[in-house]
Write a protein that binds this ligand. Sequence first.
Ligand SMILES: Cc1cc2nc3c(=O)[nH]c(=O)nc-3n(C[C@H](O)[C@H](O)[C@H](O)COP(=O)(O)OP(=O)(O)OC[C@H]3O[C@@H](n4cnc5c(N)ncnc54)[C@H](O)[C@@H]3O)c2cc1C
Length: 480
Amino acid sequence: MAKFDYNIIVIGGGSAGLVSAYIASATKAKVALIEKNKMGGDCLNTGCIPSKALIRSAKILSYIKRHREFGIKSATAEFDFSEMMERVQTIIKKVETHDSVERYTSLGVNCFSGQAKVLSPHEVEVNGAILTAKSIIIATGAHPTIPSIQGLEKIDFLTSDNLWDIRELPKNLLIIGGGPIGSEFTQCFARLGSHVTQIEMLPNILTREDDEISQALRQQFSREGVDLHTNTTCKAIVSENKKQVMVFEKGGQELRIKFDKVLIAVGRTANSKGFGLENIGIKFDQYNRIIVDDYLRTTTHKNIYACGDVVGPYQFTHTAAHQAWYCAVNALFSPFKKFKVDYSTIPWCTFTNPEIARVGLNEKEATKQDIPYEVTRYRIDDLDRAIADGEDQGIIKVLTIPGRDRILGATIMSCEAGNLITEYVSAMKHGIGLNKILGTIHTYPTMAEANRFVAGNWKKNHAPKKLLKLAQKFHAWRRH
Ligand SMILES: Cc1cc2nc3c(=O)[nH]c(=O)nc-3n(C[C@H](O)[C@H](O)[C@H](O)COP(=O)(O)OP(=O)(O)OC[C@H]3O[C@@H](n4cnc5c(N)ncnc54)[C@H](O)[C@@H]3O)c2cc1C
């Protein structure tokens, strides 16, 4: 008789939960997956997929606007916002088969639709039934953080959760938050034709990136008609002449902006409370994230693991999937074999136009951490393919250890940066330096060549001066 019904119970059917369940079932473990809402979680239903689908429509409109640059005399676009939003839903429907109950059931996962409640370190209740397992993986994600702004609770505000229900384009859209999600939506809605005002409390948008990168994006937003206010705090929402007005403070001054809709994008709070974890003593940090050790085990119960947005420190689909592998493998094979989670080469990308992608350190972080570095740059306006495509804007910055061919990090601001960054992720993961990137044939003409050119710049800066002097003498001698 088995002591437990399952090897693993996974709570949450988003990126983290699905990958955990997939890996567990692929290794022939008995696994239950419990999802209370929609399979696929945020990424599929309200995050990556819908946002990228809408950004695509907005990008096409932006090209139509630039038609003259491409030698097209006249081009205008008529569109129905509601049709665009329906397209987003069609795309979700297309992708959702990957995350469906049918697919996971066919993989051998027992899927349950309902709210899970953790009763004890080995028992979970769903739909009135009690399931038992040797290990539990918590993958319950996060939800939009709602700041305390007086009057906000009285209006129908938007977040990334309910934005997908609107069918009318907001005329005057206020976006609160200058992080990746707020910035992607800012450009997207500005391109769709909303008048967008973006408000950020800090001195810049995308503050994790180097100032020159944030600054360049700021300039791009300004060219696209965005009203951006940094160092600005929202105070209250009031009604004036039947119009909604945001009262905010900037540099000691009180300002007011009228708006039709406000979109809150100030971060995401972990879904860690209200389903039993508090009752069994699981510990949380100041942001409500579950505290885990290097093996992604909760610090209080070594058989309870957690991954994805509910843990952080990164809130991306690919990091959720990365952590999920460690959770599933450690839960199934520990104590015989267990692996420490490796965050050394985590890439990310903000899907503005140009995109901003990074892996490893940038100058801001290296300086803060007192890590010596050299920086090598390559400007995208020099790249043949970028010029041909009208995408000749941006920069690549690669940080290396001074005097050594060891990459510490790379930032790319360019079209396709999200794809281009992968070369540095591979290089860093496998200990490859810029010399090897330079020695790799890159297809001409592609954006990817930019990676070779930045490596070329690094090589030029490290050219062996004495050897080259000798070579010069040798060639002179050969001419005699
Ligand atoms: C607008 C937006 C754009 C984004 N764009 C990108 C992007 O381009 N690239 C990228 O990498 N990331 C992006 N992200 C982030 C990405 O969506 C998340 O990091 C990722 O979805 C996290 O996966 P998760 O499995 O941890 O959580 P989730 O996807 O939130 O899944 C958690 C699931 O758990 C379920 N659940 C919670 N509690 C219970 C319970 N008690 N019982 C049963 N089920 C429960 C929830 O219903 C949910 O389905 C974006 C996010 C947003 C909001």
